[in-house]
Design a binder for this molecule. Structure first.
Ligand code: NOJ
Length: 447
């Protein structure tokens, strides 16, 4: 069977500043919440620190070489707020601007379309100690930062993303295993409300520039939960909770339908967590967008008994080894949901998809046939969705190279390239050769 993608389909790979750049304390950069959080003992696996990571701050030309070898049409990266405006709101750091100017110029020289995210989880720490996203002033902090980015890079970036996976903010404020490490759900809900306002105001600001080519959107990850036993009331309730109240619904509803969903409103009221808001907030959040970025990793099946077992083990201090089955086919259903439930009628890009590997001996990590098999399945489902009429215009594999995987540190490797953290070498894995062929042929054939 041959799977050929539409002409002009954009094949890409993705990374993020805090995960690849390193250069954490160089040329005027100040710490972000992840630099601080990763120094709290026990927060990051093996005590890993993002200080150097792939060292892309110095070695970005090696990244470009890797992109060229793959034949990438587009590259998704993020700006580090702490490098651009080290204290969050004050002086702009010229060295930070120069770094991204060089990166973007190098992409353009090689015909690679830039896709840049303003915020990929790394708030300047100086703003966190003023309340971070819990402080409504974050709207003016963020729009100021967005203005600096748009003034400097506006039309040079084809695809602008305001926020990547806003759910990370919820995880970092309600559960504590992401930065800033708080465990206060009410505060987390307030932060999310403000984040959506930051997004809306940044889009409004973007429109005032009247760019001819540059487009703007947002990236929301969708891990759709299904009841493991359809019809079982408990499984159904878990799925609704995980989708509407603690998952993608928190964002897609206000962004595309307006306001919070009925389920979310009822939950917030019942638990005394309704955020403080002002008139017009929901209108601000719901700005017309040029594209939507879907990060897809898996579909999940909720089984109440399994969930209880897991909670009991966790309560007893155990370490529940959760290895969910892979459901690459779920991406087709998710894409349908975006169009049918959330009425998204703009181009959709898969802005992330990939598979992690545990760290291990080099030869084993290089032989990543599981990644190839998994990505192939996802692409088949995407191909079917396109045939169904869903406007998917591109796909970004996470990630160009192994990098700092947040709380998992360097223990999980997602790259098409193996990163040797001692030497900075990027070594192509089997998947890199495979992906280069897919890009060259604009698809693949399954015998
Ligand atoms: C989501 C995030 O956007 C990215 O930063 C992360 O590394 C990957 N998924 C893999 O977990």
């Amino acid at each position: 069977m041959q799977y050929t993608f539409p002409k002009d389909f954009l094949w890409g790979a993705a990374t993020a500043a805090a995960q690849i750049e390193g250069g954490a304390f160089e040329d005027g950069r100040e710490p972000s919440i992840w630099d601080v959080f990763s120094r709290i003992p026990g927060k990051i696996k093996n005590g890993d620190l993002p200080d150097i990571s792939c060292d892309s701050y110095h070695l970005y030309e090696k990244d470009i070489e890797a992109m060229k070898a793959l034949g990438l049409k587009t590259y998704r990266f993020s700006f580090s707020w702490s490098r651009i405006i080290p204290d969050g709101t004050g002086e702009v750091n010229p060295a930070g601007i120069q770094y991204y100017k060089r990166l973007i110029a190098a992409l353009k020289e090689n015909g690679i379309v830039p896709n840049a995210t303003m915020y990929h989880w790394d708030l300047p720490y100086a703003l966190q100690i003023q309340g971070g996203f819990g402080n409504r002033d974050c709207i003016s902090w963020f729009t100021h930062y967005a203005k600096v980015l748009l003034d400097n890079f506006g039309e040079d970036v084809d695809f602008w993303v305001t926020f990547n996976e806003p759910i990370a903010l919820y995880v970092g404020h309600a559960y504590g295993f992401f930065a800033p490490g708080l465990k206060n759900e009410k505060y987390a809900r307030q932060c999310l409300h403000h984040l959506l306002l930051c997004h809306g105001e940044a889009v409004k600001l973007f429109r005032t520039y009247g760019f001819s080519k540059a487009k703007i959107g947002i990236v929301v990850d969708v891990w759709k939960h299904y009841p493991d036993r359809p019809g079982n009331a408990e499984d159904e309730a878990y799925a609704v909770f995980n989708n509407e109240i603690a998952g993608y619904g928190m964002f897609l509803h206000p962004l595309f339908l307006g306001g919070y969903s009925e389920e979310l409103n009822a939950y917030l009221e019942k638990n005394g967590m309704v955020p403080q808001m002002e008139e017009g907030d929901f209108e601000t959040m719901r700005q017309p967008l040029d594209f939507y970025g879907l990060n897809f990793y898996n579909g999940l099946y909720d089984n109440a008994e399994e969930i209880r077992k897991k909670e009991a083990v966790l309560k007893a201090g155990g370490n529940y080894q959760d290895q969910p089955k892979q459901h690459p086919e779920a991406v087709r259903d998710v894409l349908h949901m975006l169009v049918e439930k959330y009425r998204i009628q703009i181009p959709i890009y898969i802005t992330e998809n990939g598979l992690p590997q545990e760290d291990g001996p080099l030869e084993e990590v290089l032989d990543d046939r599981e990644r190839i098999a998994y990505v192939e399945q996802v692409l088949i489902a995407v191909h079917q969705a396109i045939a169904d009429g869903i406007p998917v215009k591109g796909y970004y594999l996470w990630s160009l190279m192994d990098n700092f995987e947040w709380s998992a540190g360097f223990s999980l490797r997602y790259g098409l390239h193996y990163t040797d953290y001692q030497t900075g070498k990027r070594i192509p894995k089997k998947s890199a050769g495979w992906y280069a062929r897919v890009i060259r042929e604009n698809g693949f054939t399954i015998p």
